[in-house]
Design a protein around this ligand. Structure first.
Ligand SMILES: Nc1ncnc2c1ncn2[C@@H]1O[C@H](COP(=O)(O)OP(=O)(O)OP(=O)(O)O)[C@@H](O)[C@H]1O
Ligand SMILES: [Mg+2]
Length: 343
């Protein structure tokens, strides 16, 4: 099947989410289809944060929503603790969705403007029959977890709070359901820079304290790499590289990952990177993606094979996988028994 393979998936009891060959198509004009997600696979372990990074339109949000079956993917499987969500009835899926909470870029839009904060956070408990008279206490507790004083914000309306406070409320509303997985889609992009760091720190603290498993989506690699254990790089509906965050930042193997790193602003403007001197190449349309490797039309290393064959994921080192015919980091040579050890 087309895709970037599954060589990077882990066989592990601790895997919370396992997505295989995920495909999402949207209908487009003239009977065409946009392949927003074109056969990707990944997994997330308990307590792990997997970051998703890539340019606008590469399919990050669609991937996050497809995990929640919003909408159901065109093909592929989404296993949460072994249960395939693509096979559930819509009724069972609604229940399952309570364990998969999502946080969005604009916190205001996820809160009812006419409902007081305390009631907004308590609402999912009530809907799902989990309020056994201790709802108010649970709300106060979860507000404290996100660094807010229930006595101060509990009776207010969203419009009376700042963007950062609203995002904390959205996180509290997700946490109260004790989710197995939290999907954060650009949770800080709409906030002031100073507030961004506070929300990122909060998410990190929650992860440490409660062993939260997270899918963290952002177009900014600098944001993603700090909060993520591993980072998955997406381009035009495909995954091109996956590795731990430090490896992605320091030893990228895919030419596209290097391009993303070079796009991160340099603190000292007198240091100009070479890639900044040329105009960025145009991103091809997902309606008509290039054959073979989708990045080849922008890739300085592309050769004939890149148009002819889609690169599959292969291992560079443990936990570091790349889908590229000519990666920047080569797979280490397998040492033969004749070679001396320790040289
Ligand atoms: N509801 C929809 N109907 C049709 N096409 C859609 C729909 N949602 C997304 N798309 C298309 O699917 C592709 C992937 O979009 P998606 O929103 O997942 O990208 P993204 O990586 O989240 O981008 P951004 O960084 O801008 O949020 C894009 O080409 C987009 O135009
Ligand atoms: Mg998006």
């Amino acid at each position: 099947m087309a895709g970037s393979g599954t060589a990077h998936l882990r066989a592990d009891d601790d895997v919370i989410l396992r997505v295989e060959h995920l495909q999402v198509e949207y209908p487009a004009k003239a009977g065409l289809k946009v392949q927003a997600v074109a056969g990707i696979s990944f997994d997330i372990r308990k307590g792990e944060t997997l970051g998703f990074v890539g340019e606008s339109g590469c399919g990050k949000s669609t991937t996050g929503r497809a995990v929640l079956q919003l909408p159901s993917p065109t093909a592929g499987s989404v296993l949460v603790q072994g249960k395939d969500l693509t096979k559930l009835s819509s009724r069972d899926m609604r229940r399952e969705r309570t364990r998969l909470q999502m946080i969005f870029q604009d916190p205001m839009s996820s809160l009812n403007p006419r409902r007081r904060i305390r009631d907004s956070i308590r609402e999912p408990l009530t809907i799902w029959g989990r309020d056994r008279g201790d709802g108010r206490q649970k709300v106060d507790q979860v507000l404290e977890q996100v660094g807010l004083d229930a006595a101060v914000v509990g009776d207010r309306f969203p419009s009376e709070l700042s963007g950062g406070q609203c995002q904390r409320i959205a996180i509290a509303r997700a946490l109260i359901m004790e989710p197995a997985l939290l999907i954060c889609d650009e949770p800080v992009s709409a906030l002031d820079v100073s507030v961004q760091a506070q929300i990122l720190n909060l998410l990190e603290d929650l992860k440490e304290q409660y062993g939260l498993s997270m899918m963290f989506i952002a177009h900014d690699l600098a944001v993603v790499k700090n909060i993520s254990d591993r980072v998955a790089v997406m381009y035009l509906g495909k995954l091109c590289e996956i590795a731990d965050a430090e490896t992605i930042a320091k030893r990228p193997a895919h030419p596209y990952t290097r391009e993303l790193i070079n796009a991160v602003p340099v603190p000292d403007p007198s240091i100009r990177r070479r890639s900044e001197q040329k105009a960025p190449a145009e991103v091809p349309s997902p309606l008509n993606p290039p054959s073979g490797c989708r990045f080849r039309t922008r890739c300085p290393r592309a050769e004939a094979v890149c148009a002819a064959e889609e690169p599959q994921f292969h291992k560079i080192t443990d936990g570091h996988y790349v889908a590229c015919h000519f990666p920047l980091q080569e797979t280490p040579m397998v040492r033969t028994s004749a070679e001396p050890v320790g040289v």
